[in-house]
Design a protein around this ligand. Structure first.
Ligand SMILES: Nc1nc2c(ncn2[C@@H]2O[C@H](COP(=O)(O)OP(=O)(O)OP(=O)(O)O)[C@@H](O)[C@H]2O)c(=O)[nH]1
Ligand SMILES: [Mg+2]
Length: 355
């Protein structure tokens, strides 16, 4: 799963990126290149699987983060477009919204102003991309090319929203083929948004009014919101595990920010997690919660999807209760699922296949 980090200059994107990935990207303003890093997704259920199933290696699911330089108000598509080219292919967007005091730099706290300012820039950049894509599709569409006609119709509908200052994600009645077309263009406003309210050290619980404003904005626009102190989290990421846990507890926090951020992105994208086990490796995978068993197999290996026969599954809860795969089988709790079954979040799965 991939997530792009966007926001106005100085919102704290790179600080958050460093905190989440344990990276050391420079936080001097005016960077021109994106930072790319990978963060493991914390998962208590994976730890439980590893507790009961013997293995040599435990591999969590990961989230790839792409931190791009700040997009300025009034920069226009010419400025935002090249920056956004780095996040066209990601699955979701994290929009960092400054809720910490930056009055030293002469900036007041006004998260809704900031959210709307950035959104205008994103809409302008998408407008330019969609218009030029429509230009390209128009001629073959006129001469009867069915594929180009379908693309032109999708782009026209997207442009109608953008011209009306609405993000493309507000269009919710795409057919499945149309959804595939719109995704292929990588319009940033077509992606789901996790708003990250970057709070100061005086509001670690995220209870201040600016954070509430971000939450209600997210709720009313089909997004999600989490409150995180990027600066504090970046400091935490520098500590070793024991010191980090001690400091988290002293601050009244239960876990580092990657937890709520990763869960927020999973909820936004409607993802489920499943596990595979072997003596070599136990591993967590993410897949659409609507996926069938063969589609889940395809996340592990395309051969497993192609040659899918059936899958044997059990829940992590069953594993905790029965303490071994053998005992689960003996208790009749092992389920066999076929090609048309949907997966269940939190299942341990073994795929039987033949190619
Ligand atoms: N007090 C406080 N300061 C923060 C926080 N997060 C970031 N900052 C400060 O804000 C400044 C900008 O942080 P960056 O992480 O570089 O922000 P950015 O959004 O990546 O900025 P650009 O890439 O230039 O757009 C730095 O001086 C940070 O130390 C925070 O949670 N609290
Ligand atoms: Mg930055």
């Amino acid at each position: 799963m991939e997530c792009g980090i966007v926001g106005l200059p100085g919102a704290g994107k790179t600080t958050l990126f460093n905190a989440l990935t344990g990276g050391h990207a420079s936080i001097v303003p005016g960077a021109s290149k994106p930072n790319v890093g990978v963060a493991p997704v914390p998962d208590p259920r994976l730890a439980l699987v590893a507790k009961y199933v013997e293995t040599r290696k435990v591999t969590p699911a990961t989230i790839t983060l792409v931190d791009i330089p700040g997009i300025d108000a009034g920069g226009g598509a010419a400025k935002a477009g090249p920056l956004l080219s780095h996040v066209r292919q990601v699955d979701a967007i994290c929009q960092v919204v400054r809720c910490f005091d930056d009055s030293g730099a002469g900036r007041s706290i006004d998260p809704i102003r900031d959210i709307e300012t950035l959104e205008i820039e994103l809409i302008l950049a998408d407008l330019q991309l969609a218009e030029s894509a429509l230009d390209k599709a128009a001629r073959p569409a006129r001469s009867g090319d069915a594929d180009a006609k379908a693309r032109a119709a999708v782009l026209e509908k997207a442009l109608e929203a953008l011209n009306d200052s609405r993000p493309v994600r507000t269009i919710t009645d795409w057919s499945q083929p149309q959804q595939a077309i719109i995704s292929s263009y990588g319009l940033v406003t077509a992606k789901r948004v996790l708003y990250v309210a970057n709070v100061g050290e005086d509001d670690l619980a995220g209870e201040s009014e600016p954070v509430e404003l971000v939450r209600s904005h997210a709720a009313s626009s089909g997004g999600e919101a989490v409150a995180v102190s990027g600066k504090l989290e970046a400091e935490l990421a520098e500590l070793d595990e024991a010191d980090r846990l001690e400091m988290l507890e002293a601050l009244g926090l239960t876990e580092p920010a990657i937890g709520p951020v990763a869960r927020g992105v999973c909820r936004l994208l409607g993802l489920a997690v499943f596990y595979t086990t072997s003596p070599k490796e136990i591993r967590a995978w993410t897949v659409s919660a609507q996926a069938t068993a063969p589609q889940a197999a395809g996340v592990v290996h395309s051969d497993m999807q192609r040659g899918f026969i059936r899958a044997e599954c059990y829940s992590v809860d069953d594993l905790v209760q029965h303490e071994s795969e053998k005992a689960i089988r003996a208790a009749g709790r092992l389920r066999t699922v076929g090609k048309n079954s949907c997966i269940r979040d939190g299942d341990v799965m073994r795929f039987l296949f033949s190619v």
